[in-house]
Design a binder for this molecule. Structure first.
Ligand SMILES: Cc1cc2nc3c(=O)[nH]c(=O)nc-3n(C[C@H](O)[C@H](O)[C@H](O)COP(=O)(O)O)c2cc1C
Length: 433
């Protein structure tokens, strides 16, 4: 077993934490930074490389054509914008990478480049940014569009967006600022240039008006479709994917690494991290109990699973007969996520069978004692050849403690989790191994 990178992916974003848990709201207020600061400090002390915060800009109403289930259960809504949280997380930590999500479809590249550059100055090399393309029509309708542009076109736009953002970051030479008080020259005008970008989607003059960066923020991306993999493999430092079967995980990693190589990159410079949700139990009896509850597949559990996949894929799963095989599905939204769901059971399975398998078979969710989960992750890492894992789940204190208190030592005992992070920033930590 080799050292793996670990992190936490806050999959429902800067939103309600712990609703439905008996400890909900005790000692924390999800609307304030403190609970996330505490979690971030714990991740850093655990030797995690990064903390990624999801984002979206809708009150989801795909499931059954209404927001009822999402609002009643606080699923993906309400939530705050993750960017203002970043300085608070930076203040609570000194080595952890902090990665907010922002949308290439809704941020102008100049606005994004400027915001991220400012935050990276605060972060001293610890900032990342998760670039998403936002597949939802109802999100697009908040930004003046009738519907979201086509899936592949969104990636074309995102590609140009990244090129412009990076060109803006490079519009000042690293040594442009002289601060030469004696000579009376603050910055050398010959080292600051317009970019004069005129592309298919953007026209940006530049230069950026912030100070040059010692190091550009780490780019994170989660594309899984062909176009998504092209975009991620070409541009991204970290690629996240939902865990599924070892075969599919391995195939994904190999595919995206070969895309990176085809663009002249060293495939070892990109880190493919798989998202898992550890559900830690005390012993075999509790594991059986948890699995038993999950196998019951109550209406609440069905709603919980289906609102999630409806939100992420843009397909209303309420309209399908639970006891019939799913029809052939396509989406203009997140293709990889839809694929991950549909293919989690053999072809021809009914929707109920898919849900049952997902509830009970380890994939995204991994259920067991800390030692069993650590063994599972160790053998997955061996089989997939992966670079590491992102734990997902809400960061209310009870969940962070009950997950990490037993799991961190179990991972350390197996040599899977490092004991200390370096001081060189997020990219440097990611490239340690
Ligand atoms: C683990 C994971 C995390 C993601 N996080 C976000 C997010 O925070 N916000 C968002 O709008 N999309 C998010 N997505 C969607 C992806 O960024 C990507 O746009 C989507 O998977 C569509 O790409 P594809 O069609 O190539 O699979 C996430 C996807 C995955 C698998």
């Amino acid at each position: 077993m080799a050292l793996q990178h670990f992190g936490w992916f806050l999959g429902a974003g800067f939103g309600v934490q712990g609703w439905g848990d008996p400890t909900y709201g005790i000692g924390y207020d999800w609307k304030k930074p403190r609970v996330y600061q505490d979690a971030a400090a714990r991740f850093e002390a655990s030797g995690f490389d990064l903390f990624i915060i999801e984002d979206g800009v809708t009150v989801p109403d795909t499931y059954g054509g209404t927001a009822e289930v999402n609002l009643a259960n606080a699923r993906f809504v309400p939530k705050h914008d993750p960017l203002p949280l970043v300085p608070y997380l930076l203040a609570a930590t000194s080595k952890l990478g902090i990665v907010p999500t922002l949308s290439a479809s809704f941020y102008e590249p100049f606005t994004a480049a400027r915001l991220l550059a400012t935050l990276q100055h605060f972060a001293e090399g610890r900032l990342g940014f998760n670039v998403v393309t936002s597949g939802s029509d109802i999100a697009a309708q908040n930004y003046g569009l009738d519907k979201q542009i086509d899936h592949d076109r969104r990636y074309d736009r995102a590609e140009e967006w990244v090129q412009v953002v990076r060109a803006l970051w490079r519009s000042w030479d690293a040594d442009a600022i002289l601060e030469d008080a004696a000579g009376g020259v603050f910055a050398d005008f010959t080292k600051v240039r317009t970019i004069d970008h005129k592309g298919e989607f953007f026209q940006v003059r530049g230069p950026l008006n912030t100070a040059p960066l010692a190091e550009e923020p780490v780019m994170v991306q989660a594309g899984a479709s062909g176009k998504g993999q092209d975009f991620a493999g070409r541009n991204s430092d970290v690629i996240l994917q939902l865990a599924s079967t070892p075969e599919r995980m391995k195939a994904y990693r190999e595919s995206v690494r070969s895309v990176a190589a085809s663009f002249g990159r060293d495939a070892d410079d990109i880190k493919v991290l798989f998202v898992v949700q550890p559900i830690v139990t005390a012993n075999a009896a509790e594991t059986a109990d948890v699995r038993g509850h999950r196998a019951e597949l109550t209406q609440a559990a069905i709603d919980e699973a289906l609102q999630g996949v409806s939100y992420l894929s843009g397909v209303d799963f309420k309209k399908f007969d639970l006891d019939a095989p799913l029809p052939e599905l396509t989406t203009n939204s997140n293709q990889g996520t839809l694929d991950n769901f549909v293919k989690s059971a053999p072809a021809g399975s009914t929707l109920r069978e898919i849900l049952q398998l997902r509830a009970n078979k380890d994939g995204l969710a991994v259920i067991g004692t800390a030692d069993e989960i650590a063994d599972h992750l160790g053998s997955l890492a061996d089989e997939v050849g992966g670079d590491g894992f992102l734990f997902t789940g809400q960061v209310h204190p009870a969940n962070v403690h009950r997950t990490l208190d037993p799991l961190v030592p179990a991972l350390r005992r197996r040599g899977l989790l490092r004991t200390e992070l370096g001081d060189g920033g997020l990219r440097s930590n990611l490239l340690d191994f």
